[in-house]
Ligand binder design. Structure first.
Ligand SMILES: *[C@@H]1O[C@H](CO)[C@@H](O)[C@H](O)[C@H]1NC(C)=O
Ligand SMILES: *[C@@H]1O[C@H](CO)[C@@H](O)[C@H](O)[C@H]1NC(C)=O
Ligand SMILES: *[C@@H]1O[C@H](CO)[C@@H](O)[C@H](O)[C@H]1NC(C)=O
Ligand SMILES: *[C@@H]1O[C@H](CO)[C@@H](O)[C@H](O)[C@H]1NC(C)=O
Ligand SMILES: *[C@@H]1O[C@H](CO)[C@@H](O)[C@H](O)[C@H]1NC(C)=O
Length: 287
């Protein structure tokens, strides 16, 4: 064998060895590969993820990672407040058993990937208090399936709430507070009848509060505070019998307080301050 062909042969082997190593334990290493690819896309100035090591075939002891103790698949990824920045890469899509993802209180930037909810097992997604921008992609919520909780609060997101939100039939908590969302609140939101907590406060939502809010019979907490909502209060606001906190303050609402709000104020904290409402104010915290 000539020297040249030996070099070629060695070159081949050096290339192939890592590939063979990756594929030797396919299911387990999907998770390792996904996490390493995710880490490769971000900046970690405090070296918080130093335990994330690609030579370790078991990610279950890595910082922020929790696994199912029978299957050893990654089920939770909680990286709150680790000063991470960069883009939320596609590596996470490899985590096929992920149920909970929180990247809250970091400095992730860029847009929201349209695929993030494609992880079929995902129940809880918290991207709050980062630096994400742009619109929520139209089809983002179309793959919602088992998702119960979504928070995108405290970013720089804009645009309207996509109509695909109505696919999230199991959603119990939606928090879009403190962004730059605008447009109308579509009446489809009221079709999410598992919703217990809805926070759309501190955005630029405009138009009227659509009719049909009484369909949210599981709703406990709702804040539409500090938007540009006009028109009158929904007449049947008081029929959401489980409501214990409603904040519609700091909008452009007008007209008479509906009779039903008097019922509501008996059991709920009701804030209506800084609007142009008239009529007898219900006892409680309304102004
Ligand atoms: C697995 O986890 C469950 C719940 O977290 C716990 O009750 C159980 O004891 C664990 N099993 C083992 C073998 O560690
Ligand atoms: C956040 O990330 C951006 C780049 O995406 C960077 O310019 C900025 O300095 C970071 N801010 C902090 C507080 O780390
Ligand atoms: C947010 O990201 C932009 C780049 O997209 C960057 O210029 C800015 O510094 C970031 N803001 C913070 C608070 O880090
Ligand atoms: C929505 O998220 C913001 C920021 O994380 C938080 O302060 C607020 O309490 C949340 N709203 C609800 C109803 O949990
Ligand atoms: C207020 O509550 C009473 C007693 O529960 C009920 O009969 C009445 O219809 C309610 N009024 C409105 C406007 O919802």
């Amino acid at each position: 064998m000539g020297a040249v062909s030996l070099v070629v042969l060695l070159g081949c082997c050096l290339l192939f060895v890592p590939i063979i190593a990756w594929s030797s334990d396919a299911t387990l290493n999907d998770d390792v590969l996904g996490l390493i690819v995710f880490k490769a896309n971000l900046r970690d100035p405090r070296d918080s993820l130093s335990s994330w090591n690609e030579d370790d075939s078991n990610p279950c002891k890595w910082v922020g990672v929790k696994c199912d103790n029978r299957t050893n698949r990654v089920t939770e990824l909680n990286l709150e407040g680790l000063y991470l920045s960069g883009k939320i890469g596609r590596g996470l899509l490899q985590l096929r058993s992920l149920r909970m993802l929180s990247l809250s209180r970091n400095n992730f930037s860029g847009g929201i990937s349209p695929d993030l909810l494609r992880i079929a097992t995902l129940q809880s997604l918290d991207l709050s208090q980062n630096n994400l921008s742009g619109a929520i992609p139209d089809a983002f919520f179309a793959q919602c399936r088992s998702v119960r909780s979504v928070s995108l609060a405290g970013n720089r997101l804009s645009g309207e709430i996509p109509l695909s939100l109505s696919s999230c039939s199991k959603i119990a908590s939606l928090n879009l507070s403190s962004n730059q969302f605008g447009g109308a609140i579509h009446s489809d939101v009221w079709s999410l009848n598992g919703l217990r907590s809805l926070d759309l406060s501190f955005n630029f939502f405009s138009g009227e509060i659509p009719a049909g809010i009484d369909k949210l019979y599981n709703l406990r907490t709702m804040s539409l505070r500090s938007n540009r909502l006009v028109g009158s209060l929904p007449a049947n606001l008081g029929s959401c019998s489980q409501l214990n906190s409603v904040d519609l303050g700091q909008n452009l609402l007008s007209g008479e307080l509906p009779e039903s709000t008097r019922n509501l104020s008996a059991c709920a904290s009701l804030r209506l301050d800084r609007n142009s409402l008239t009529g007898e104010s219900p006892t409680g915290s309304a102004r």
